[in-house]
Design a protein. Structure first.
Length: 287
């Protein structure tokens, strides 16, 4: 059963979460959706994944957050922090799940935000990243994407037609055009963070996960298709290796011959095995 709650009011923009409560003392998965911080919504989390985790004994808090470029990058990060605080301190008014056992899980940009929580003051017990990334300063984001450049080229004038003035949490699919523009021109960092990769490098490094890994980083699992045309498979490999170097518990599951959003093909045998492994990983570190 789903409860929808507003976990934060940011000016005129309410920010919501769907709560799937699994019972007293159940561990919690906070899920963060994909969309390059530009588009997407919590409603993208497939029903079969929700059912799978709930049947495995987890409560789920599936969150929205404000989107770029209408909302400043730093404020998007604040939304994620506030969601964790809400689960720990406010949601307990309605749900007696186990707030000492929280995992953060996300896909693509949601994977990035999930990985970023491992560098925050309030850390989860475990992190699961599906085709996410830990390096927003790498060439893959800073240079034109070979894959996206095969599509009709979108200039900035055309791209910003899909962007508004008001802050939003539900990014419709037409905003994908703004993302294509960012990837075709290698300007995602500039457009989303409003920072210059050279002049503002030190500030940007604060949000570059791979530059901020300590020994207290939570156990982290990475799942990534080795034929990903959007976020390079190497992003998960690099993070996995960096965590191993730091002595942090980490697992990497390679989905053979799979592209981005491989988890949408939930009934695929390889994906089923991967989700079984996620549950084993979470139960090891949360229960």
């Amino acid at each position: 059963m789903k409860d929808t709650r507003i976990y934060k009011q940011a000016g005129n923009c309410p920010i919501s979460a769907d709560v799937y409560y699994q019972g007293t003392a159940s561990p919690v998965i906070i899920y963060i959706h994909s969309g390059a911080l530009i588009f997407g919504t919590r409603e993208w989390l497939p029903a079969e994944q929700i059912e799978y985790f709930v049947n495995s004994g987890f409560s789920i808090v599936n969150i929205d957050y404000r989107l770029a470029p209408e909302t400043k990058f730093e404020l998007i990060i604040e939304d994620i922090k506030d969601a964790i605080k809400w689960v720990k301190n406010k949601a307990t008014e309605w749900y007696d799940f186990d707030t000492d056992n929280i995992a953060i899980m996300g896909s693509s940009a949601g994977g990035y935000l999930s990985l970023l929580t491992g560098t925050m003051d309030i850390k989860p017990k475990a992190i699961v990243s599906l085709y996410g990334y830990g390096d927003i300063l790498g060439g893959w984001y800073a240079q034109p994407s070979e894959f996206y450049c095969k599509k009709p080229i979108i200039n900035r004038e055309e791209a910003i037609k899909y962007i508004g003035k008001n802050e939003i949490t539900n990014g419709e699919w037409n905003r994908f055009n703004f993302y294509i523009y960012c990837r075709q021109h290698g300007v995602w960092v500039q457009e989303v963070t409003k920072m210059d990769p050279v002049k503002d490098l030190n500030l940007l490094k604060k949000y570059n996960v791979i530059d901020n890994i300590g020994k207290d980083y939570p156990p982290a699992m990475f799942l990534h298709g080795n034929q990903d045309t959007d976020v390079p498979y190497e992003q998960s490999v690099m993070m996995h290796e960096k965590l191993k170097e730091a002595g942090v518990v980490t697992e990497l599951i390679t989905i053979e011959n799979a592209d981005h959003v491989f988890d949408q093909n939930f009934n695929d045998m390889q994906v089923q095995k991967a989700f079984s492994d996620i549950v084993k990983f979470l139960k090891k570190y949360l229960i």
